[in-house]
Structures are given as structure tokens and as C-alpha cells.
Design a protein. Structure first.
Length: 120
């Protein structure tokens, strides 16, 4: 089963890189070569781990791949690939990374200043 899914991944990567190449030809500034290397690295990762299609575009797989990949920010290429596959009906939802929430103060709560500061 994994062989069939790896072939699907190869087809998806090739289609994505062809699409990216047309964007670059039309003036978009995207690092196609870097994406190619990252996605080939991901293909090897998926094949070595005998992944099935449903496992390939999960947050868990993204984290595991990021730990073993030698590329910095490799997740960006996988997120872009998953968005492309989603828009072409190949996967049920694109890969997303949850954003960290920043704990901001309530804007309606008055701020108390314990010592006056000098304004310049």
C-alpha cells in the first residue's frame, strides 16, 4: 500500500514543482530549487518510513520531518505543497501549523504606574 501512496506523492511533488516553475517564469520570486531539494528529501523520508497517504500531511509527520531534515524551515515547502494538493482535490485539508497565542494585557484594564518615569 505504501508504494502506491509514494507514487501519489511523487506525482503531487512533480505537479507542484511544474506549477511553481510557471509562477517563476511569470515573474514570481520563489526558490524553486530549494523547494525541489526539500521535497525530494521529504520523498525519501516518506519512502523510508513506508508512509501511507493519510499520514503524509499531518502535523506529527511535519514535526518528525523537520527534526531529521537538514534544511532550515523545511516545513514551509510542505505546507505549500499541501495547499497545492488541497486546491487540486488530492487531500481533504491543507496542512496548517497552529500559531502560538501571545498573552496580551486586556486593553480595557487600567495600567497602574508605580513610579513616575521621565519622558523625553
Amino acid at each position: 500500500m505504501a508504494d502506491k501512496d509514494i507514487r501519489r506523492l511523487v506525482e503531487g511533488v512533480v505537479d507542484y514543482l511544474e506549477w511553481e516553475k510557471t509562477l517563476k517564469a511569470n515573474g514570481a520570486h520563489r526558490p524553486v530549487t530549494r523547494d525541489s531539494l526539500i521535497l525530494i528529501d521529504f520523498l525519501r523520508f516518506a519512502a523510508r518510513n513506508e508512509m501511507v497517504w493519510e499520514e503524509m500531511f499531518t502535523l506529527h509527520t511535519l514535526k518528525e520531518f523537520s527534526h531529521v531534515s537538514t534544511f532550515k524551515h523545511a516545513s514551509r515547502s510542505l505546507i505549500a505543497l499541501s495547499g497545492f494538493l488541497y486546491s487540486n482535490g488530492k487531500i481533504p485539508k491543507p496542512l496548517t501549523v497552529p500559531r502560538r497565542l501571545i498573552d496580551l494585557p486586556d486593553p480595557l484594564t487600567p495600567i497602574s504606574i508605580s513610579s513616575p518615569t521621565k519622558l523625553l
